[in-house]
Structures are given as C-alpha cells and as structure tokens.
Write a protein that binds this ligand. Structure first.
Ligand SMILES: [Zn+2]
Length: 253
C-alpha cells in the first residue's frame, strides 16, 4: 500500500502564534460573537456602539486565549516531546497531540519509543525496545519478572533499548529543561554514553516493581545504579552476587 506522510493539517490548532494579520472585526461580526442579534445591531443607533465595544473585547480575549494556548503547547512540545508518550500513563492523546506540535522528526517504536500506555512486557519481543536489549540482560529481566509475577507484582519496561536519535532527543529536552548540559547530564546520558543505547539498561515500572527489584534484583544480577533513578537497572553483578554501590546520579560516570 502506498503510505504517504500525513498532512500537517492534522494539527488541531494553528501552528503560529504571530500577530493576526486579519483586519479588525466588523461591527456585524463582533455583535454576532457577543451574542447580540445581528438584525438589531445593524440598526444605526447609539446602542450599536457599546455592542461593538463588547464585541472587540470578546475578540481580544479570544486572541489572548489562543496565544496562551499555542504558547503553552509549544513549550510543552519543547520540554516534553516524545518522552511524554512514554511518560504519561494512559496519556496517549496528550502524547500524540504534543508529538504533532514538535518540529523535530517524529520518533517511533523503531527508535525504542515505548508505545501507548508507557509500559512494555519484557516478553514482548516484537518491540525494538525489548528485542534490541543485550540478550543476557533480557534473560535476567524475564527471570525476575516471572518470579515477581508469582508474588503478584507485574514487572514492565518503561524504557529499554533506545536509538541514538531518541537518546539525543531526550538529552536536548533535558538541556532545555535544566538549563545546561552539565545539569542535564545528571538525568540523561549522551548517546555516546547511554547504557540504554547499547541495550545494557532497562527502566522498570510501576513503582511496586521498582521496589521489588531493588530488594530482589541481585538474585538475577540486576542492580539499581543511581540513587536518583529507582527505575533504572543494569546487569551489574553475577546472579546472587552483590550490587556495586549506587552512584548519586548518572553524572560523572
Ligand atoms: Zn534508565
């Protein structure tokens, strides 16, 4: 089938927040907007002037609201971007609309973006985020997930393998959010250093799964690596071994 790229017109709101080039609304348009019957407004009478003024106020408020909405959406796309798709639980619609706003090329499952809902079973080998993981790490996560399930805890991936482009995007967003590359590095590694890009790290959720794995992960060789990321696990010891001491965050390592 011939799949053409979707038209940009799918965007819900007009993209630019620039000045409105259209002329000031006419009296009749204003009065229609302000709820005054147009037939009455067309009668030249002193009553027409306040109605027109009211109309202009309504138009001004509408313009300000639209500007605020477009500015807000732009900021959200800049600071959040594709990560929102993974980060907002059940937030498919939010993620989708933000993605449409982003000027960057879209990232998809082939980049390791976790699809709708932000959770992936470690047994879902059809997803690149799972399939591109280091096989030894994936085996360990699956073994842990099976045992956790017996105790009533569901272990899911919120992120597994990521493409360099995806990692770059996350880093750019973190730099925008935290103001500098140095500060951003506490939370997001560069594509060159990320263990997600090489397939040697998984982010686990939900919280009870993080908790379970932080207590039992060493049985499988899985260790929480950073004190500020209770969800990030790597194969860092032999099964039954001792995990290395956690670093405060991902910076400097
Ligand atoms: Zn991670």
């Amino acid at each position: 089938m011939d799949r053409r790229p979707g038209p940009p017109s799918e965007t819900v709101f007009p993209p630019a927040a620039g000045p409105d080039p259209s002329p000031a609304p006419s009296l009749s348009a204003s009065t229609v907007r302000s709820g005054v019957p147009s037939g009455r407004a067309r009668v030249p009478s002193p009553a027409g002037r306040p109605a027109a003024r009211r109309g202009r106020i309504v138009w001004s408020l509408a313009a300000v609201s639209l500007a605020a909405v477009t500015a807000g959406a732009g900021v959200a796309a800049f600071t959040c971007g594709a990560r929102c798709v993974a980060a907002v639980p059940g937030g498919t619609e939010i993620g989708r609309s933000i993605r449409e706003w982003s000027a960057d090329p879209p990232l998809g499952a082939a980049d390791g973006v976790v699809p709708d809902g932000g959770r992936l079973s470690p047994f879902d080998a059809g997803q690149p985020a799972v399939a591109n993981l280091d096989p030894e790490l994936l085996r360990a996560v699956r073994r842990a997930a099976k045992d956790a399930a017996r105790e009533g805890v569901g272990v899911f991936l919120t992120t597994g393998w990521r493409s360099r482009a995806y990692q770059r995007r996350l880093l750019d967003e973190a730099i925008a959010k935290y103001g500098s590359e140095r500060e951003a590095a506490r939370y997001v590694a560069t594509p060159e250093r990320s263990r997600h890009v090489t397939g040697h790290a998984v982010d686990i959720g939900p919280t009870d799964a993080d908790d379970w794995l932080s207590r039992h992960g060493a049985r499988y060789g899985l260790c929480q690596m950073f004190a500020n990321e209770m969800w990030h696990f790597e194969l860092a010891t032999t099964p039954g071994g001792t995990c290395p001491e956690m670093r405060p965050d991902a910076a400097g390592g």
